[in-house]
Design a protein around this ligand. Structure first.
Ligand code: C2E
Ligand code: SIN
Ligand code: SIN
Ligand code: FE
Ligand code: FE
Length: 407
């Protein structure tokens, strides 16, 4: 086994790390970032599986998992099995030990840990998933100020034939170095996510229907629909990842403009009269106004979605080709039509209406699922882009899994 002690010895390897880090630098969404960090570190160390715990309220929360053996089909529902467990930050568990001490750790066999070690392996995940963890490499994730943000675990280093080897000292050094820069990117993504969640909470104070659940569902539906669309259109993987990254949070904010609508309208228990209805339509303009001075692609997409999510494929939606975000009533222009409507908004329209119909609102009860699906199909080519409706039905199992997770 090659044994270059601790140092990143050759320029080729260093360059490989820099290329991988450069990618992280552009990612904004937290789950996309965790996904990339795992993918890149697993490839650096030939690991079959890996997971990330993030610090939340003084504990480590199991936040993301990749496992080539278990999730060959990248089926989203299986990832969610794991998503709600916590580990204390103390020396009794492996992840807790690394978090508490700040030291990376190599374990040759999780089921035969050296006696005298303070930590022990918790076989819970192995038991529920019938996976067998053996070798492990665990490193802390820290910010530039050295605050702990989480722990990265790589599991089962594989050789070319699929046999499990221990991780090496050198891999520990490389992954630890990588994790240091990844921690900085995670911190930045957490900051942005927190701002988005604060905006969502602000919206929920005004409109009790706009809960974190609703908003999360729309964000995840949109991402999954886009993923399938991108595959069908041969969008290159890097472009697809990048777009998914910014789509998730932008889609979550599609209705942020509702904060500008008076309570008497927003929370009216019954149907709106025509004047109220017109006023309500302004939420798409108010929302776009928040992102009027776009500083990033993320702002640009959030603006695009906010402005266009009530346009309809047949041209009967709103607000039409408005450019002035300072207006206080809609000019009554005809709606945008077909592919004039940005893809992002065609996707969010399907996600949003599906969710609105299947949920209770101040002004309506939740519809039966059959009725909702019938309506989605019926509006294909009228309200919705038919291609997006087809995709919605193709991934309906994933849609259901997301709904269960965020109900
Ligand atoms: P929302 O509740 O998030 O609904 C989003 C979209 O889902 C609606 O956009 C509409 O396209 C669809 N949708 C929701 N409920 C129904 C329904 O019962 N039947 C049908 N056919 N479609 C439905 P829309 O119509 O542009 O409304 C935008 C927002 O205006 C709604 O967001 C809601 O906040 C408000 N709103 C719409 N109609 C009413 C109403 O009658 N009363 C009250 N209080 N608010 C309403
Ligand atoms: C732990 O013991 O560190 C948590 C479970 C795991 O690492 O798989
Ligand atoms: C994209 O993939 O970035 C959007 C393309 C489109 O609007 O059709
Ligand atoms: Fe809306
Ligand atoms: Fe909505």
């Amino acid at each position: 086994m090659p044994q270059a002690k601790n140092e990143l010895s050759d320029a080729g390897e260093l360059n490989e790390i820099l290329v991988k880090l450069e990618k992280l630098h552009h990612i904004r969404d937290l789950s996309t970032l965790l996904d990339s960090i795992l993918l890149e570190t697993r490839s650096l160390a030939s690991a079959d599986a890996g997971s990330i715990f993030l610090v939340e309220s003084g504990k480590l929360r199991f936040s993301y998992v990749q496992n080539d053996t278990l999730f060959r089909n990248d089926f989203l529902a299986s990832k969610y099995i794991y998503s709600n467990s916590e580990v204390a930050i103390d020396e009794s568990s492996i992840a807790g030990y690394v978090a508490a001490t700040g030291k990376p750790l190599l374990i040759a066999d999780a089921y035969h840990i050296e006696s005298g070690s303070p930590y022990s392996f918790n076989p819970y995940f192995d038991e529920i998933s019938s996976y067998k963890t053996k070798s492990m490499l665990i490193v802390p994730l820290r910010t530039s100020r050295n605050d702990l943000v989480g722990v990265l675990e790589l599991i089962n280093r594989l050789d070319g034939e699929g046999s499990i080897l221990p991780f090496t000292q050198k891999q520990r050094a490389i992954v630890n170095q990588f994790a240091f820069y990844a921690g900085v990117a995670i911190e930045r993504a957490i900051l942005l996510r927190d701002v988005v969640y604060k905006m969502v909470r602000m919206m929920a104070l005004r409109d009790p229907e706009e809960t974190r659940q609703h908003v999360n569902r729309v964000g995840y539906y949109a991402v999954e629909i886009y993923k399938r669309w991108a595959a069908a259109h041969d969008v290159p993987k890097t472009e697809m990842d990048h777009y998914m990254d910014i789509l998730q949070m932008s889609a979550m904010l599609h209705d942020i403009g509702k904060v500008g609508i008076p309570d008497a309208i927003l929370r009216k228990p019954g149907p709106l009269d025509p004047a109220e209805r017109e006023h309500m339509k302004l939420h798409v303009i108010f929302g776009a106004g928040y992102f009027e001075d776009p500083r990033s692609e993320w702002d640009t997409l959030a603006r695009e979605i906010s402005l266009n999510h009530h346009e309809k494929w047949d041209g009967s939606g709103y607000p039409g080709p408005v450019t002035d975000m300072g207006i206080d009533r809609l000019p009554g222009l005809p709606g945008k039509k077909g592919r004039e409507i940005p893809l992002s908004a065609r996707i969010v329209a399907v996600a949003d209406v599906y969710d609105a119909l299947s949920s209770k609102r101040a002004y309506k009860d939740a519809w039966e699922e059959d009725r909702v699906l019938y309506k989605m199909r019926e509006e294909s080519g009228k309200h919705f882009d038919p291609e997006i409706v087809d995709i919605f039905f193709e991934i309906y199992d994933v849609i259901t899994a997301i709904r269960q997770k965020w109900e």
